[in-house]
Design a protein around this ligand. Structure first.
Ligand SMILES: [Mn+2]
Length: 315
């Protein structure tokens, strides 16, 4: 039996739409409505957020609230490291996806000599930097951060010195332990990308298993191929953005994109992925109940969470 611990990060300063900080509680309400004792039996810890910054003026338009994002990431990293040192398997439930860069920094800190692979299940590639972002929202940047990737080649913004310094600090959270390699990232269900991201994905031949791949070949095959792609990695982190799923299932996420996977495919896919003994951490993000009807996204997210949790616990 694996000992798991839930790390709650109710942060939403990286998102462009308000409400993702309520995602974790919405998942707990779903559990309650299903009469589940899941959150009673789980060990958990909550990371302090910086959501008060939402009410302050934007100082860094190409990396909004970056000062706060850096503080949250640093806390998430330390919490993930401490959880692993305590021999527990971290499951991160977070608001916006920027937190994933903190999770990855924590994994690098806990396993400095291991090669880390990442499976990114998302509608977006989250490969922007302050130099390329169209929105300034930092939930579109976590993978660039852990790659140490500015993508200057495709630069279209001129961030000020303060932004660049803070961006360097964000990158250094992972970088001081060694950046992740482009070839060690696999995408699943990514279908809404900007030219700057496409350029990076092509340049480094980053693998994306499309929704059509999932449909045609089935989740088992895609999961096993994604894991095989990361054969050279010693450990693997699985990051699940609920916007990988189709908006017809629920509109309860900040940046919905049509033609996603359905909730059964997501559950089965993630179950297959985390059954690999190399997987050392799982994260679920971007549930936003303020955009939802009847808390549907959180209900789906909760059912997927239970599947993943049981799979890891019984492996
Ligand atoms: Mn994302």
């Amino acid at each position: 039996m694996v000992d798991l611990k839930i790390i709650e990060v109710k942060s939403e300063i990286g998102a462009g739409t308000r409400g993702a900080s309520l995602g974790v509680d919405a998942i707990k309400i779903a559990a309650h409505d299903f009469a589940s004792k899941f959150f009673f039996k789980c060990d958990s810890v909550e990371v302090e957020t910086e959501n008060h910054l939402l009410y302050e003026p934007i100082r860094n338009p190409f990396a909004r609230h970056i000062e706060g994002v850096h503080r949250v990431l640093s806390r998430v990293a330390d919490t993930v490291t401490a959880t692993i040192k305590d021999n527990k398997f971290p499951i991160v439930l977070a608001g916006d996806h920027s937190t994933a860069a903190g999770t990855i920094a924590g994994l690098k800190q806990a396993y400095p000599d291991k090669r880390l692979g990442i499976i990114w299940v998302d509608a977006h590639a989250d490969l922007h930097s302050p130099f390329t972002t169209p929105s300034g929202n930092m939930h579109g940047m976590p993978l660039a951060m852990v790659l140490g990737e500015d993508n200057q080649e495709m630069r279209c913004n001129i961030p000020d010195d303060n932004t660049v310094n803070l961006w360097e600090k964000c990158k250094a959270l992972t970088g001081k332990h060694g950046f992740v390699s482009h070839e060690d990232i696999v995408f699943i269900a990514v279908r809404d990308v900007e030219q700057q991201e496409i350029t990076l994905m092509r340049k480094y031949k980053m693998r994306n298993f499309s929704v059509a791949d999932v449909r045609k070949r089935g989740v088992e095959k895609v999961a096993s191929e994604a894991l095989t792609h990361l054969d050279k990695c010693d450990i693997i982190y699985v990051s699940f953005d609920v916007d990988s799923m189709d908006p017809k299932i629920s509109s309860g996420t900040g940046t919905p994109v049509p033609n996603g996977i359905n909730e059964r495919e997501a559950g089965k896919l993630l179950q297959n992925l985390v059954s690999s003994p190399k997987v050392v951490c799982f994260e679920m993000v971007e549930v936003n109940p303020t955009l939802d009807k009847e808390n549907l996204m959180a209900e789906n997210a909760f059912e997927i969470l239970v599947k993943v949790y049981n799979q890891i616990e019984n492996d």
